[in-house]
Design a protein around this ligand. Structure first.
Ligand code: FAD
Length: 412
């Protein structure tokens, strides 16, 4: 038997048909929930996604590289600066960030992640930066440079409080020593917000701004992941990196609280990424089912199939409202953000997994073929239940808020 790989012609046509016209199927696109400025961003992001990113999605996945031209275009079009305050050149809107992440993730979830990290990376600067720190970094980030959030270590994932990277104050300088892994933007970012142990207590951490040019700082390499391919996620080493007092972000010993506040603000971004992927998987289902004829008619004409699609569309519409709501709370700095952001992340990432699993089932063997859009989306979706706090941790956050509320109201 020959080793030649065969993609049957009808499958190749189905893949190309969807790539050529990834028309979106939304009875309720949630437009009424959006203010005018966010609708403008949605229109711009949709056009960019369909015309610039969509045609490259398969190649980015196959090559495991996001071309420089894509990074450049994202920066030039302002997608990395959507959350950065207007006085520093951004749009000052987490809602707009989420809308853009949703639209771009509909066609390529890895590229959508970059826009979401445009919120995660600079969030510490926005929350705790001094005027000098903001003046130094935010205009460059709004103009298209990238930054990273560095909490996770080989020995400290979900249990982030057990991290071992240390920061010591010696004389008139800080010295950071340790290793971070799974860091999105590794090797691309101009500045890294690093959380390091600064005392004996379990939560005693200090956040430091480490410029990419700092002596003693190095990027060891990228991790090979099965999904969101092309996104640089890698390991960082801090070998006694010396930093001036001005590199400390926020108060000494308050780094852990800062990390949690950053994650609250950033989680709607991951929820938006998952929402966009769920919508993309629904779109791909329609595209295939309407063209695949079995038993003498398109599969889209089968009632059982239509009813499943209807359920997914209803859940996506609900998820969209939850994401927009969480993003609006984040923009308003609301005290209810914590549990709502976790609800959005939990609901939408589980939804993405469910919609894409059915999309692959609808595509049948064609969906399981390497290079099919639903196979790529399937691999991309899984990580969303894991990063920025696993979904078990979202359940923990939500349940704590529920129990607190119940007991404060007097309990049973
Ligand atoms: C592609 C990618 C990008 C990432 N980007 C970043 C980044 O930019 N910056 C950054 O700091 N981190 C980043 N991370 C790290 C990410 O946030 C962690 O992977 C995540 O928090 C989980 O940590 P872990 O992988 O070590 O899993 P573990 O902590 O080892 O957990 C393994 C499993 O055990 C479960 N578990 C753990 N503790 C409990 C508990 N108490 N109760 C119930 N279940 C529990 C978890 O939910 C999970 O299912 C990234 C990770 C990936 C894979």
């Amino acid at each position: 038997m020959s080793d030649t790989m065969i993609v049957p012609e009808f499958i190749q046509q189905a893949i190309e048909r969807f790539e050529r016209d990834p028309a979106t199927v939304q009875v309720d696109g949630g437009a009424e929930a959006l203010p005018d400025h966010a609708r403008e961003t949605r229109a711009a992001a949709r056009e960019f996604a369909v015309n610039v990113i969509g045609p490259l999605a398969r190649e980015i996945d196959a090559s495991n590289e996001i071309p420089d031209t894509v990074w450049q275009a994202l920066g030039e079009q302002g997608f990395f600066g959507l959350a950065i305050p207007r006085e520093y050149g951004g749009r000052g809107s987490i809602l707009e960030t989420c809308v853009a992440v949703e639209e771009i993730s509909r066609v390529a979830a890895g590229v959508g992640l970059l826009v979401s990290v445009g919120l995660l990376g600079p969030a510490g600067l926005m929350l705790a930066g001094t005027k000098a720190q903001k003046d130094e970094w935010l205009p460059r980030l709004a103009a298209g440079a990238f930054s990273s959030f560095c909490l996770t270590e080989p020995g400290a994932g979900t249990d982030a409080a057990s991290l071992e990277t240390s920061v010591e104050h010696t004389g008139d300088a800080y010295r950071v020593t340790g290793r971070k892994h799974y860091i999105t933007g590794a090797g691309r970012s101009i500045v890294y917000t690093v959380f390091a142990r600064s005392g004996e207590g379990p939560y005693e951490m200090t956040a430091m701004l480490v410029p990419a040019s700092a002596s003693g700082f190095s990027v060891n390499g990228r991790h090979p992941f099965s999904g969101i391919r092309g996104v640089p996620v890698g390991e960082l080493d801090f070998d006694g990196v010396e930093l001036p007092d001005e590199a400390r972000l926020g108060d000494e010993g308050r780094g852990f609280q800062l990390a949690l506040s950053i994650l609250d603000r950033a989680r709607p971004g991951i929820a938006a990424q998952a929402l966009g992927l769920a919508q993309g998987a629904l779109d791909a289902s329609f595209s295939y089912l309407d063209n695949r004829v079995q038993f003498g008619a398109p599969l889209l004409d089968k009632e059982v199939v239509r009813h499943r699609l209807a359920r997914h569309a209803a859940s996506i519409a609900a998820g969209r409202q939850l994401v927009y709501h969480a993003a609006t709370l984040a923009d308003a700095d609301s005290p209810s953000l914590n549990a709502t952001a976790s609800m959005a992340k939990l609901f939408c990432t589980d939804l993405a997994m469910s919609v894409v699993t059915d999309a692959m089932q609808f595509w049948g063997g064609a969906g399981y073929m390497s290079g099919s859009p639903v196979e790529r989306m399937y691999r991309d979706a899984k990580i969303m239940q894991i990063y920025e706090g696993t979904n078990e941790i979202q359940e923990l956050v939500i349940s704590r808020a529920l129990v607190r509320e119940f007991r404060e109201a007097g309990g049973a």
